[in-house]
Design a protein around this ligand. Structure first.
Ligand SMILES: C[S@@+](CC[C@H](N)C(=O)[O-])C[C@H]1O[C@@H](n2cnc3c(N)ncnc32)[C@H](O)[C@@H]1O
Length: 285
């Protein structure tokens, strides 16, 4: 199976849950969107690209920000994700955002279209990240910025790690291939930065964003939400007999309890924001 097909299968199964939980996802990752807006220098009236938009973020938030004189184009390879994002844009009556099915390394736009480009938590799943960043550069205007957000290390993101530790205790995790297309692929500092350099980005830079992942859930509801959202948790639970599933539930609730504040869940979170500029053509080009 080609890596692209694996990704399509994996994210297609997740699409209904990402649509169902869209509002929580938007709330949880809003600080990442704010950082991308800042680093890609996005403002009113601009034409902006969102790569790997999933159920429509940050594209839908950006559509508000760029306003009626601006435009947001967003792509994702999963038809189910794109259809869900279009439904939300229609519901909100947004006319300045368009969602298309595409992979990051084959963007359906002409060269030099965009004032800025972003991707929130998508780059880890690009099978050929240098090609993808080159392709994003192609569709950016010279001198404009791209900014991609990727997870820092799993253990610094307990919203993920406390539950993956519980699952791993019950179901032996398969060994990970080097550079596997998984959430923490670009956690090592400098790794995505090197991709930017190889792709020809000018002035590539990286910063660590520390933020809080917050939801209004009580512990039990948060666990139910994560059971649906995470493909890994869903798949592993399917393998277990009912009695062991009940043991997982107990362990998960115990592991999550310290992150309940009394009014909701709050986890420390860390992502890397990697950004840079599309070079101007050399004289004579
Ligand atoms: C973790 S989700 C992030 C979704 C959204 N950006 C957000 O922050 O809510 C990762 C997304 O990357 C998309 N993706 C996977 N491979 C991709 C590729 N080669 N090109 C573009 N997007 C891809 C997936 O379909 C999925 O929707």
């Amino acid at each position: 199976m080609q890596p692209d097909q694996e990704i399509v299968d994996r994210w297609s199964r997740s699409a209904p849950f990402w649509e169902k939980h869209r509002d929580i996802i938007r709330q949880m990752f809003a600080p990442i969107t704010d950082a991308l807006v800042e680093d890609a220098q996005i403002g009113s009236g601009q034409t902006v690209l969102d790569v790997g938009t999933g159920s429509g973020e940050p594209a839908l938030t950006l559509a508000d920000l760029v306003g009626a004189k601006g435009k947001v184009n967003a792509i994702d390879p999963i038809p189910g994700m794109v259809e869900g994002a279009r439904r939300e844009a229609d519901r909100l009556g947004l006319e300045n955002v368009q969602f298309d099915v595409a992979f990051a390394d084959h963007l359906p736009f002409t060269a030099g279209t965009f004032d800025a480009a972003v991707s929130r938590l998508g780059a880890m799943f690009f099978p050929a990240p240098v090609d993808a960043v080159r392709e994003i550069l192609r569709v950016l205007k010279p001198g404009r910025k791209l900014a991609l957000a990727v997870w820092s290390f799993a253990e610094r993101n307990p919203f993920h790690s406390v539950l993956s530790e519980v699952m791993d205790r019950h179901v032996q995790p398969p060994p990970l291939a080097p550079d596997a297309l998984e959430a923490f692929r670009f956690a090592p500092p400098g790794k995505l930065l090197e991709v930017f350099s190889q792709a020809g980005v000018t002035a590539p830079s990286e910063r660590l964003l520390e933020f809080k992942i917050q939801t209004d859930h009580p512990v039990e509801a948060y666990w139910l939400f994560r059971r649906e959202m995470s493909e890994k948790i869903r798949e592993k639970l399917k393998e277990l007999p009912a009695q062991q599933q009940a043991a997982v539930d107990r362990d998960a609730l115990k592991a999550l309890a310290p992150y309940y504040t009394g009014s909701g869940m709050s986890f420390p979170g860390e992502v890397l924001i990697v950004s840079g500029i599309k070079p101007h053509p050399a004289k004579g080009e």
